[in-house]
Design a protein. Structure first.
Length: 267
């Protein structure tokens, strides 16, 4: 007689894990953003921004006379942006000499910020914007544009609106907002956007990687929503410097003092 062995079949429960980003953020969530204005006393205007682990400082000098004069324009001013990464801003240490990438981002910043300025009011003049990356964590061009816009406003230069910038992209098949360094390097695509909220005008649109038309449109919309959130933080930073932010503790009404009761004189 042949013994028949019955094989027990066990059903494995398949549990789908929810997809999460590297740092635990939601797909449409920004990194923590902190902006300060007026941080360099010797500059006409300045700003400091922390966007995630990015630490960036921007200084504005001008409007002033253009040197060398042959680069000046007779009917309008010139905006010059200089983007530079400190040698200790990344690991391993980079060369302090300007790279091609620094020159490219300097040009990109100029093109993104120029539409917001009234340069025709400053013929034969120049406005210099210097941006120094103290610590880099992905998305430095967008954070630099945000800091430069606040610094220009702090310098009192007339602007149509603040320029806000944010990037969106595709990572592991999902569209995400404000890519970090790891997501930027390992992701499928990256779309930096600069935006003028009041004019509803896009002043910068770049794309690295491959996406479908539908994904590209959704990615741009996601980046614009991020720009609108940063725009509010930029305004708060400027208001805070000039004391326009109401402090809840100050606005609280002080308790009324009790009037002293006069004791009746004994006869």
């Amino acid at each position: 007689m042949s013994k028949t062995t019955k094989k027990k079949t066990t059903k494995r429960k398949t549990s789908k894990k929810k997809w999460a980003r590297v740092d635990g953020r939601k797909p449409d969530e920004l990194r923590p953003v902190h902006i300060e204005s007026g941080v360099i006393p010797n500059a006409d205007g300045s700003a400091y921004i922390e966007m995630g682990r990015n630490k960036i400082i921007a200084g504005v000098y001008g409007p002033r006379e253009m040197h060398p004069k042959r680069f000046s324009k007779p009917n309008m001013g010139v905006l010059r942006c200089r983007y530079h990464m400190a040698p200790f801003s990344v690991d391993p240490r980079r060369s302090p000499a300007p790279s091609r990438r620094d020159q490219e981002i300097s040009m990109v910043m100029t093109d993104a910020i120029e539409p917001a300025l009234f340069l025709e009011r400053y013929p034969r003049s120049v406005i210099d914007v210097f941006v120094e990356i103290i610590e880099a964590d992905g998305g430095t061009r967008c954070a630099s544009i945000n800091a430069a816009a606040v610094a220009l406003a702090d310098a009192g230069i007339p602007m149509k609106d603040l320029v806000s910038s944010c990037a969106a992209g595709k990572y592991e098949g999902n569209l995400i907002l404000d890519l970090g360094d790891y997501e930027d390097k390992k992701g499928e695509s990256d779309v930096p956007v600069a935006y003028l909220p009041k004019n509803d005008q896009v002043t910068l649109l770049q794309m690295e990687g491959i996406m479908t038309q539908e994904e590209t449109e959704k990615c741009i919309e996601l980046a614009i929503e991020g720009c609108k959130q940063i725009y509010e933080l930029q305004k708060e930073a400027l208001k805070k410097k000039y004391g326009m932010v109401e402090d809840a503790e100050v606005t609280e009404e002080a308790p009324e003092e009790e009037e002293p009761v006069e004791e009746a004189e004994e006869e």
